[in-house]
Ligand binder design. Structure first.
Ligand SMILES: O=C(O)CCC(=O)C(=O)O
Length: 191
């Protein structure tokens, strides 16, 4: 087993829209929601805001909640095609995450819901504040945590056994004072 997840990081994705216009379009144009999460039997609001867009039939149960996608906006549709091209994969939906500052976060999890199938390709585009994504082995606790810094406009592509063998998290950080938007493109099969 490798001590490193099957990931590829493209430091800067070239787009037809500049970084700050893209950030504002998504920040102001997407329908952000607060979603609950249940952990250790307790339900609370997730420390981030989320929005789910995609093809009509791309329903997805995430953290125990069924997400019905909103229809693609022109910007998300454009990004989907650029990201599909770079990843060599087809996506029918995108989970959008808004981290308002370093107090917002996502705990350790794998994207291993049945709707994603075995060995999914997931492509994750970051815009705004730089944050680090941590990968922890699900198999061997002695493997050191892999920390990947995600700059604005970077694209992280996870493939193969990454979800089976690793968990990932976006930890809180006192250093980060500004917002970050993350778009994770996925292919889900409705059940
Ligand atoms: O914000 C990120 O970079 C990761 C988000 C994530 O892991 C998820 O939404 O499943």
């Amino acid at each position: 087993m490798s001590n490193y997840p099957n990931i590829e990081l493209i430091d800067r994705l070239e787009l037809d829209i500049d970084e700050s216009s893209l950030f504002v379009t998504l920040f102001e144009g997407l329908v952000w929601r607060d979603e609950p999460i249940t952990m250790f039997g307790k339900t609370m609001l997730q420390p981030r805001r989320v929005a789910w867009y995609g093809d009509e039939d791309a329903c997805y149960t995430y953290s125990g909640i069924e997400h019905r996608p909103l229809p693609w906006t022109p910007t998300l549709q454009y990004l989907r095609h650029v990201v599909e091209d770079r990843a060599g994969a087809v996506f029918n939906s995108v989970l959008c995450n808004l981290y308002r500052d370093g107090r917002d976060s996502m705990g350790y999890h794998s994207d291993d819901e049945p709707e994603l199938g075995r060995d999914p390709v997931i492509a994750s585009l970051s815009i705004g504040a730089e944050r680090a994504l941590h990968f922890r082995s699900r198999v061997d606790p002695d493997i050191p945590t892999v920390k990947i810094v995600l700059p604005s406009m970077s694209l992280l592509i996870m493939r193969g056994t990454t979800q089976q063998l690793w968990k990932h998290a976006l930890p809180k950080t006192a250093r980060c004072k500004s917002p970050r938007i993350n778009l994770t493109f996925r292919a889900v099969t409705s059940r």
